[in-house]
Design a protein around this ligand. Sequence first.
Ligand code: AP5
Length: 231
Amino acid sequence: MTFLVLLGAPGAGKGTQAPILADRLGLPHVATGDLFRLAVHEGSAVGLEARRYMERGQLVPDSITVKMLLDRLAQPDAGGGAILDGFPRNLAQADILATALAERGSAVGVALEIEVPEAELVRRLSGRWICQANGHVYNESSHPPRVAGLCDLDGSTLIQREDDRRETVAARLAAQLSALREVVGYYRERGLLRTIDGLRPAAEVTEGLLAAARGAVGPGARSSEAKGRVG
Ligand code: AP5
């Protein structure tokens, strides 16, 4: 089993990179932010509760987040591992994840940190656009769509996330960066941390992440790289 943790501040590029890593490594992409946005969209009780925190840029309480994540990891497609995007976000979550994986006879194989300075995070988040149908990620300056306002991949309308409003971006960074530093330290102390320079172009970040992840991918993952798709 191969569990990879993808770490990075809001706007570091986790959501850009995780689907590519998932495809290249043959692992499901499990993003707590996406699970919450789906719950909000569906109007479920979890979604209504989570929205109160997300729109203020705060972390959703562990009592909600942990159950949602563990339920997702119990699904069959995560039996061979997963790429965890946005979890863990604090030390309590990191400990709970370690315990839950140990109960399955597994563990986090590597924690990949995408490192980006704060000024660049603000610039990226305020220029981000997301496709309504599938969440494909664009940026006004670094990755614009071919046709303004429309997704290159599925043609759906591009929208801005509610929590990308300028005041919420500032609140998210203020509320979440210190907890992120603690989680980074947690994996560094255990010898599992690999840090990648997130200021490089996205394709180079991908290669850096893959190089760091390769050693951690076990036989359970259906790696597309193993099928000759490296590059
Ligand atoms: P979540 O969805 O996880 O959001 P986040 O961590 O704030 O991360 P983002 O999605 O904003 O950024 P990203 O790193 O994915 O960057 P992206 O690839 O889009 O969480 C949302 C909320 O849910 C949280 O605030 C919290 O309330 C709650 N939540 C989630 N998980 C939780 C948990 N475990 N516990 C408690 N609460 C939780 O890239 C950003 C922009 O930069 C894009 O426009 C992109 O095109 C561009 N870009 C990407 N890479 C590059 C590059 N190399 N060069 C130039 N531009 C780039």
